[in-house]
Design a protein around this ligand. Structure first.
Ligand SMILES: Cc1cc2nc3c(=O)[nH]c(=O)nc-3n(C[C@H](O)[C@H](O)[C@H](O)COP(=O)(O)O)c2cc1C
Ligand code: SF4
Ligand code: SF4
Length: 417
């Protein structure tokens, strides 16, 4: 039975029907596309970045990584900010706000100096945008006074955040580049400059594939290519760690986080929420599957909340943060041996090969029965559990305490369905 829960959030002082937004990119780059996404159920849009600079794009501009036949494990783009006239973009934002007053309109802007940032912020306010996002993070701008070169300089992030917040009362969100070691540093600078929110991540500098025909990277533009932004499922783990580190940072208390990077399903979105993001943004998942993926997010969240007896998204925000601890604080007193379900096992031998060649030679292979058998070498690393192609065929089993360590209660994951 369909469960409907109230998924509304208060994001930077404004109410919106759910936390699911389009992130700034082609998926929200004109009136018709954003209108269709709103009809599909998205709560708001970070409209495609608008600058005074109008992009001159190359063709082709996309590539993807595949693994074992699965395409789009990661996605590379060489696109810059909007290639539409500045005024037209703000007209679209104004029309969308007029026709969909209950949806949240965030104008994403990018200037190349103080004056441009101020001018764009005023234009966004005049267009009726609810909030402004500063794009400090596009890694493939052809002008280096803009994009991730700015986002990796805390001084410039502070300065341009201040330029915007000096001329508008709209909440300002700084969008961070992952092409840096510690995102907390530029994020703190943005907050010092007046940013109320941080969104992360923009794309990661990458070379996805080498074209062996032209001896260049992909995509091939007149025989050449550039290092540029990587997104999609492959970047989610990196995005999650940046969000968690910022959400745990004492100096960023009170700052709202918007999580971006590889979200395709309700579980992906929930992971960002549990690590401290109140708002979720998506691009690559929509480019691959269309706006309809929001239906799964809405129904998945509703069912999860119903099952857990949770009445608001707010109750979930940051719920996993206290369990992310430094490596030196982990309990290292025990090992969890794998347990093999002989009835589920299909005798493929992958656990045996991986453990022998890549772990600790802790599995003996019964040739006759084609079944694995654990020996005394096992260290409980769970490589075998990770390679087994059959769901829940290998599960965590006996907990063994190391010699001299005191036995106690241990929390482990039991279900891998
Ligand atoms: C084709 C493409 C164009 C993008 N253009 C912009 C942009 O104009 N402004 C911006 O802030 N981010 C831009 N991004 C970055 C996305 O908004 C997002 O931060 C990133 O792709 C990670 O999320 P995802 O894995 O859901 O795509 C673009 C991404 C893609 C794939
Ligand atoms: S847990 Fe690690 S060491 Fe033990 S059997 Fe599996 S792969 Fe081998
Ligand atoms: S990988 Fe899984 S299915 Fe294959 S032999 Fe090992 S336990 Fe059986």
């Amino acid at each position: 039975m369909a469960v409907k829960k109230d998924l509304s959030i208060n994001y930077l002082g404004l109410k919106c029907e759910n936390p699911f937004f389009l992130s700034s990119s082609p998926v929200g780059s004109c009136y018709e596309m954003v209108a269709k996404s709103f009809e599909a159920g998205w709560g708001g849009v970070f409209y495609k970045t608008v600058g005074i600079f109008v992009a001159d794009e190359c063709s082709p501009r996309f590539d993807n990584n595949s693994k074992e036949g699965l395409r789009w494990v990661g996605f590379k783009n060489m696109e810059q900010i909007s290639d539409k006239p500045t005024e037209l973009n703000f007209e679209n934002i104004a029309r969308l706000k007029r026709d969909y007053p209950d949806k949240l309109m965030v104008a994403s802007i990018m200037g190349s100096d103080d004056d441009e940032w101020k001018k764009l912020a005023k234009m966004a306010e005049q267009a009726g945008a609810d909030m402004i996002e500063g794009n400090f993070s596009c890694p493939q701008m052809s002008n280096h006074a803009m994009g991730s070169d700015v986002g990796s300089s805390p001084d410039l992030v502070r300065r341009y955040s201040k330029a915007v917040t000096e001329v508008t009362k709209l909440p300002f969100i700084a969008k961070m580049t992952p092409n840096i070691t510690s995102m907390e540093i530029p994020a703190r600078a943005a907050a010092e400059g007046g940013a109320a929110g941080i969104s992360a991540i923009n794309t990661i500098k990458s070379i996805t594939n080498i074209d062996l025909e032209n001896l260049t990277s992909m995509p091939v533009v007149d025989g050449k290519s550039s290092i540029s932004g990587y997104s999609g499922a492959a970047v989610k783990p990196i995005a999650l760690r940046f969000i968690a580190q910022m959400a745990k940072d004492e100096k960023l208390k009170g700052v709202e986080f918007s999580g971006i990077g590889g979200v395709e399903t309700w579980q992906d979105a929930l992971e960002f929420v549990l690590l401290g993001a109140r708002n979720i943004q998506v691009t690559t998942g929509i480019m691959q599957y269309g706006y309809r993926i929001v239906e799964d997010m809405i129904s998945g969240f509703s069912h999860f909340m119903d099952e857990k007896g949770v009445s608001s998204v707010d109750e979930l925000v940051g719920g996993a943060l206290s369990n992310i601890i430094p490596a030196e604080d982990l309990n290292r007193d025990f090992k969890v041996l794998p347990s093999f379900d002989e009835d589920r096992c299909i005798g493929c031998g992958r656990c045996y090969i991986s453990c022998y060649d890549g772990a600790h030679q802790a599995i003996d292979w019964d040739e006759e029965r084609r079944r694995p058998k654990l020996n005394d070498n096992c260290v409980g690393c769970h490589l075998c559990l990770n390679v087994c192609p059959v769901q829940e065929c290998i599960l965590p089993g006996e907990i063994k305490f190391k010699e001299g360590r005191r036995a106690g209660d241990v929390v482990i994951k039991r279900h891998y369905e």
